[in-house]
Every structure is written in structure tokens, then in C-alpha cells.
Design a protein around this ligand. Structure first.
Ligand code: GLN
Length: 281
């Protein structure tokens, strides 16, 4: 029997029983293979798949059954309503990280022309979302991974956000004397033995974007210590961190004399980002 859209989806949904969203997964993967919208699958549900389309779909389905994230299977992810390319060299942007963008925007007036830095930009998600909303800001996005930066640059080009510049840098190393009004980062913050690293698709994401030493704070410490010399007086540092790291991160900010230190909660109600302001004289 020739495979038609409708029955192919039904069979796939049965197999995807352990996914949180079997129907959505099946539809997203099939519409990706066919290069159509999900509504097309309903409008043309009796259309026959070509052998090559069917084979491609079955391959993606097999990968999905091994927990590989949908974003890596389709090669893209929506963040802040931006369509972003992602690869296995970049973390998949999380909806929770939009909180970091919201808090950055709250500190940058609409017509702001300030210098902003996004450290460890990955796919470019945070830098590009800020660029979209604050077109006059100068934004520098860094990453130590050249492969990740290539993805971020391709995203900037596709979105025509040309005010973002990119630089290979391991945190502050290549930044020279540059100073910013706002520095933002979603650094690695997972302890190296955390069981979370081998679950739920996280095992497919780049280790260097996730793991930060035994306590998960190695990079956050470097960022809090180093930002002082790269912020203007009154400038802000905004960091994402683990759900159980807020208190320690606030203590670190205070140890380095930041002011107005505050933690904000994500969509799940978990303390997810902490901010601090470089003191004014
Ligand atoms: N929030 C991500 C997770 O839960 C981790 C992101 C990070 O380490 N920056 O997997």
C-alpha cells in the first residue's frame, strides 16, 4: 500500500507514545520533510508520499524516538518570534531565556544607541532579539565556538539584523578595552555530574554550552568578576542561572560590589535570572 499523509501520521503518532506531544512531533516532522505548513497536512491528507519523502520522514522519526530534540531534526527553533537556525553546535534556545531579553529591554530605552554585549551567544538568540527590538543599539555577540558563531552570523543575515557584530572570544579574552552599558549572558551553568545532562534530549546539546565545573558556577563567577571592567558606571550585568543557584549568584554579585542586585522568575515560577548594576561613584 502506498503511504498517504493521513495514515503515515497515524502510524507515527502510535510510535511516538513516549513523547509529550506525539501528534505535534509527527506533524512538525512531516511538514518539514514535505516543505509545507501543518495545515497542508489536513487539506491534502490523502496525498501519496514519494518513496524519498517517506524514507526521509522515517529517518527523522527514528531519531525522534531516540529522544533527539525536534529543533535539531528540523534545524530551526522560534525564539522571541524570530525564526532561528540551530545546529548541534548551538544550544536550543529555551522560552525561559526570553526573560533575559525582557529584562535587557526594560533597561534600554526604545531609541537607545548604547553598546550591548551578549557573551556566549550560541545561535545568536539573545543578541538578535535585542537587535530586533532596539535597532539603534550596537550589539557585540561572542562565542568561543567558531561553529556556533557561524550559525549566529547566518541567523543575523537571514533576519537582516546587520547592527550585530560577532567575535570569537572565550568570555573576556578577546574583548580588549570595550565597555558596554549592558552585558547579558546565558552561560553554561549545569554541574558536571548532574543527571539532567543525560535526559530529555539534553544529551544531544553541546557539552561546552551546558557544563560549568563541579558546582555549575565556574563561568558565572568569571562573568561576574570580569564584567566590572567592561561595564560603564551604572551599567548592568544580566545572567541566566540554574533554578537552585539564585542565592549564590546574588552573593557573588554583592561580593563584587554590584548594586540593585535582583532575581527574576521564569514562566515556571523558578528563579532564573539575576541582575546587578555596576556602582556609580
Ligand atoms: N536551561 C538549560 C537546561 O535546562 C541550560 C542552559 C545553560 O546551561 N545555559 O538544559
Amino acid at each position: 500500500m502506498k503511504p498517504i499523509i493521513h495514515t503515515t501520521l497515524i502510524e507515527a503518532i502510535k510510535l511516538l507514545i513516549h513523547s509529550d506531544s506525539p501528534r505535534l512531533d509527527a506533524e512538525v516532522l512531516l511538514s518539514h520533510v514535505l516543505g509545507v505548513t501543518r495545515s497542508y497536512l489536513y487539506a491534502w491528507s490523502d496525498k501519496i508520499l514519494t518513496p524519498s519523502q517517506n524514507a526521509q520522514f522515517q529517518t527523522l522519526l527514528t531519531r525522534r524516538l531516540q529522544d533527539e530534540p525536534i529543533a535539531y531534526l528540523t534545524g530551526h527553533k522560534e525564539f522571541w518570534s524570530l525564526h532561528l537556525q540551530v545546529t548541534e553546535d548551538t544550544l536550543i534556545p529555551r522560552p525561559d531565556t526570553e526573560l533575559l531579553v525582557e529584562q535587557a529591554l526594560a533597561r534600554l530605552p526604545q531609541d537607545s544607541q548604547e553598546q550591548v554585549i551578549d557573551l556566549g551567544t550560541g545561535s545568536g538568540a539573545i543578541a538578535l532579539a535585542i537587535a530586533q527590538e532596539r535597532p539603534h543599539c550596537r550589539i557585540l555577540a561572542t562565542d568561543k565556538s567558531r561553529m556556533a558563531l557561524k550559525v549566529a552570523q547566518a541567523n543575523a543575515k537571514n533576519l537582516a539584523l546587520s547592527q550585530v557584530t560577532f567575535m570569537v572570544s572565550n568570555w573576556w579574552i578577546a574583548l580588549g578595552e570595550i565597555k558596554a552599558t549592558l552585558i547579558v549572558s546565558n552561560p553554561p551553568y549545569i554541574p558536571k555530574n548532574d543527571p539532567h545532562l543525560i535526559q530529555g534530549g539534553v544529551q544531544y546539546e553541546p557539552r561546552i554550552a551546558l557544563i560549568a565545573g563541579a558546582d555549575g558556577l565556574v563561568d558565572i563567577r568569571q562573568l561576574i568578576a570580569g564584567a566590572i571592567s567592561h561595564l560603564v558606571m551604572g551599567g548592568w550585568l544580566l545572567l541566566e542561572h540554574g533554578y537552585d543557584q539564585a542565592k549564590t549568584v546574588r552573593e557573588l554579585f554583592i561580593e563584587y560590589d554590584y548594586e540593585s542586585v535582583k532575581t527574576y522568575h521564569d514562566l515556571a515560577g523558578l528563579p532564573r535570572i539575576t541582575v546587578g548594576q555596576k556602582h556609580c561613584p
